[in-house]
Design a protein around this ligand. Structure first.
Ligand code: FES
Ligand SMILES: [Fe+2]
Length: 367
């Protein structure tokens, strides 16, 4: 008996403006999108802005220590309240730079010069539009859906799988932003297999055999598994760059775990640190990516703390990946391109991810 061989998505999914618009609407405006870390806004008034599709959101820490996401759109004549990539601190409130309408950190309109002269004007009718916010393991997720799927139901099967890494407590030591000339799905697909590793990542392949490991989440919005480490971690020389995280033990000391949380978070857990990427599609053939490295604050406080072996290793590996994604984008755009068969066992997660994309778009599922 032969099982059917999977092929990746048809060419138009990587080049079509129409499908890109559908993805923005059905995926990035509907699903829970990871926008960053709680630690970016530790104090009331701290904020950052993040663009999702063509929407700009202000993620802010409120007076009562909650986190809110407001659309970056003034309720008067629509001006942006801050730049699309702004990061900073609102002293008391959020003031529009146009006519000085002023909003509390919770989004309520609290000041609107002269508007008391306008008949029937009531400030409570004009709060900032808001989006849903959820935090998980120190990550902030935002959903622009009216009624998003409850976040916890998405990860119910996960239970306390990552408890040993205590990701909530970790802190970012470094962030790199990349711009890649490739469709966002090519980047996820590339992250989901190591068939390419021997040729593309000679350094990585010495630290983690490409055929090692196993996938444990193979269907749904959370996908991934582990690979074995032959040395101590994923760093320039393969040694751990700091002592492994205190609760990571047993076989986890010899593994690196790679997961993707649909649609835009890639989470990589090492014995001594956690790395994550977020993906931000800009057009069918262009994606912004952030990459951050999280460490235990206790080891960060040590005088000889040096995360650079981890940062430099992954920065090099990231660039190797972006390059093959870019040459793939170019080739996929050719009129003669049709998807080839996948290598069973190494490319299975790609099939699962592609199905999730099609499901979210309401398109017929392949194969
Ligand atoms: S547009 Fe914001 S106060 Fe007028
Ligand atoms: Fe890679």
């Amino acid at each position: 008996m032969t099982s059917k061989v999977y092929s990746t998505l048809p060419r138009q999914y990587y080049i079509s403006e129409q499908i890109f618009r559908e993805e923005t609407q059905r995926i990035f405006y509907e699903r829970w999108v990871c926008v960053g870390r709680v630690e970016q806004i530790p104090n009331p008034g701290d904020y950052f802005a993040q663009q999702i599709g063509s929407e700009s959101l202000i993620i802010v820490r409120t007076r009562n220590n909650g986190i809110r996401a407001h659309y970056n759109v003034c309720r008067h004549r629509g001006a942006r309240l801050c730049g699309n990539k702004a990061l900073g601190h609102f002293r008391e409130a959020i003031q529009c730079p146009y006519h000085a309408w002023t909003y509390g950190l919770d989004g309520k309109l609290i000041g609107a010069p002269h508007m008391n002269e306008v008949p029937d004007f009531k400030k409570e009718d004009y709060p900032l539009h808001s989006a849903h916010v959820h935090t998980w393991e120190g990550f902030i997720f935002v959903s622009l859906a009216h009624e998003p799927q409850p976040f916890d139901s998405l990860l119910a099967e996960l239970s306390d799988k990552f408890a040993a890494w205590q990701i909530t407590k970790l802190r970012s030591v470094h962030r790199i932003e990349y711009e890649v000339q490739a469709n966002w799905k090519l980047l996820v697909e590339n992250y989901s297999e190591c068939y390419h590793c021997p040729l593309v990542h000679p350094a990585l392949s010495k630290l983690s055999p490409y055929e090692s490991g196993e996938n444990d989440f193979v269907k749904g919005v959370f996908l991934g598994g582990y690979m074995e480490l032959t040395h101590g971690s994923m760093t320039l020389d393969g040694a751990v760059c700091v002592t492994p995280l205190s609760a990571v033990s047993g076989e986890d000391l010899n593994r690196v775990y790679y997961y993707m949380l649909f649609p835009n978070l890639l989470l990589s857990l090492h014995p001594d640190y956690v790395m994550f990427h977020t993906l931000w599609p800009q057009s069918p053939d262009r994606t912004y990516i952030t990459c951050e490295w999280l460490f235990d604050p206790a080891v960060m406080a040590q005088p000889d703390f040096d995360p650079s072996p981890a940062v430099e290793f992954w920065d090099m590996t990231n660039r190797e990946d972006w390059h093959v994604c870019e040459i793939t984008q170019e080739g996929v755009g050719s009129r003669v391109y049709t998807p080839g068969p996948a290598y069973v066992g190494q490319e299975d997660l790609i099939a699962a991810f592609d199905q999730e994309v099609l499901k979210a778009l309401g398109h017929p599922v392949l194969n």
